[in-house]
Ligand binder design. Structure first.
Ligand code: BG6
Length: 506
């Protein structure tokens, strides 16, 4: 196959895609004949592109470059200079088409192609339309004909309306089975393990419902600030950047019903059901169920760091949130009444993503009965705290999970404390897991869309998130701030404390 990367000389290609493809090559997982063709406005030769790729791989690959393997890999890299935004009536893909034909002919490739959109979203529709205009995509390829697949990076839209415009434009050219919408969280080993944990262990699955679960927390904490990405991020914010995709996808994996097969559509049907069951947060409900904030200057570790408004490229009057917390409900039989608390932010104390399932407390009868429970009283007013069981699934770093349970402290008295049973990936399995992009690119080549977002699920996520954005857009009060290096604004703690709960800070 040939993978054509639109935005091939961009940041994503250099940091993620080319290192992932290099590692797949090292593992012998690329098909027997392949080529990688970067395209973009930069004036690069093939050799210039190889150097660009090498720089990225040296800095970001999980494995170091080996001279012989690199030479082989580099010989499959090419660059074609095109400007998708060239004046109307132009044929920006003409030179690309001619070059691809030559490369495929020389390398003996059958013509299978993957078009990867690693470009800003404003170019999604123009690229797809140009692919159609240049006849790169057969309207209905017959069996055995070379395939054409499209990989789309987020953000897919800015709100429901713009997401629909993109998905419609894509659907006008590609069949849904040809489209692979990336959410790189779904490529993470630990995220894939959620389904195994739930459905391959009879100890856990019976507990995942409103009878046993008090609430669920999903935290995706980042220590980094916005860095050099303000150009994109300042127009997006944490809700669009992280919740609409990554956090809602994590929620679907925790909450979905068991699929009857592990095939792409069966799994995605079940995930969609969860998104469709989300209780809408709209109008004044937004004020009680959501918290947003923006980092001010502070300290992260032993470094002093600037506040968001002082970051390069951020508008001085920006109202973009860098932190968001939500109280979400899944209104179905399994999860009725169980809050799902979602939280993500930049410049939090550490990089740490975790899903914790908090089970209901045991009744206040034995070990946590009031010590002086008098006979004849019908109400126990307070009982000593006995921590409820928690299953904490660590997505990154220190991938693994812990189960917190109660145990007797050795000694003559009955005193109970919480102990931790721990599973750690690196201890159990040794070698570092492949990067998410390795797994996802491999799946695109294999035509397996299980770990990709289907059109209806992208739309359902935007349908949930857009009314929150609308409400926020109407508000003009100053955005709450939190000091960099803390766990977000105070209102985030209040969101849970109102019901007597608190965040587990991983
Ligand atoms: C991206 C967001 O999708 O995910 C970034 O655009 C964020 O803002 C990143 O930093 C986090 O990914 P990871 O894999 O580092 O947790």
């Amino acid at each position: 196959m040939t993978i054509v990367i639109f935005g091939g000389a961009g940041d994503l290609a250099q940091r993620k895609l080319l290192p992932a493809l290099y590692n797949l090559h090292v593992d012998g997982l690329l098909p027997p004949t392949w080529a990688i063709v970067g395209t973009g406005r930069k004036d690069l030769t093939d050799d210039g592109y190889r150097q660009f790729a090498r720089d990225g791989i040296e800095r970001h690959s999980r494995r170091p470059i080996d001279a012989a393997t690199w030479a082989q890999f580099a010989s499959g890299l090419f660059f074609v200079n095109i400007d998708i935004a060239e004046p109307a009536g132009g044929r920006p893909l003409a030179s690309l088409g001619a070059r691809l034909d030559i490369i495929e002919h020389e390398r003996g490739e059958p013509g299978d192609r993957i078009y990867y959109l690693a470009v800003p979203p404003s170019l999604f529709i123009p690229v797809v339309q140009q692919l159609a205009a240049a006849r790169f995509v057969a309207p209905s390829p017959g069996a055995g004909a070379p395939y054409a697949r499209l990989v789309v990076e987020k953000p897919i839209g800015h709100d429901l309306h713009s997401a629909l415009a993109i998905t419609d434009a894509v659907a006008a050219v590609f069949d849904e089975r040809q489209v692979f919408r990336i959410d790189h969280y779904l490529g993470k080993e630990t995220v894939q393990n959620i389904l195994v944990l739930r459905f391959a262990n009879s100890i856990f699955e019976p507990l995942f419902n409103q009878k046993y679960v008090d609430h669920v927390q999903i935290t995706v904490a980042e220590q980094d600030g916005v860095g050099t990405r303000a150009g994109y991020y300042d127009g997006a914010g944490a809700l669009r950047d992280m919740v609409q995709n990554h956090l809602l996808q994590l929620l679907t994996l925790v909450a979905m019903e068991p699929p009857h097969a592990l095939t792409a559509d069966v799994v995605r049907d079940e995930k969609l059901q969860v998104l469709q069951a989300l209780r809408p947060i709209a109008g004044s409900t937004v004020d009680g169920c959501t918290v947003r904030g923006r980092y001010a200057g502070g300290r992260v570790g032993d470094r002093a760091v600037a506040g968001y408004l002082a970051e390069p490229g951020v508008a001085p009057d920006s109202r973009t949130e860098t932190f968001v917390a939500l109280n979400v409900r899944v209104d179905n039989w399994r999860w009725a009444g169980v809050p799902f608390y979602l939280r993500t932010g930049k410049r939090l104390p550490r990089r740490s993503s975790e899903i914790s399932v908090h089970l209901k407390a045991v009744p206040p009868i034995l070990f946590n009965a009031p010590p002086d429970a008098p006979l004849g009283r019908c109400v126990h007013e307070s009982s000593p705290a006995l921590a409820a069981n928690v299953l904490a699934i660590r997505l990154q770093p220190d991938d693994g999970f812990s189960f917190f349970i109660s145990s007797k402290i050795p000694g003559p008295q009955v005193r109970v404390t919480t102990v931790e049973m721990d599973f750690d990936y690196s201890t159990a399995f040794g070698a570092a897991s492949p990067e998410a992009y390795e797994r996802l690119l491999l799946d695109v080549m294999a035509g397996d869309a299980t770990l990709f977002m289907r059109r209806d699920s992208v739309e359902a996520s935007w349908r949930f998130v857009t009314p929150i954005l609308d409400r926020w857009a109407e508000q003009s009060a100053p955005l709450p701030e939190y000091a960099a290096g803390t766990w977000g604004p105070a209102a985030s703690d209040d969101l849970l404390q109102r019901s007597g709960r608190s965040w587990r800070n991983p």
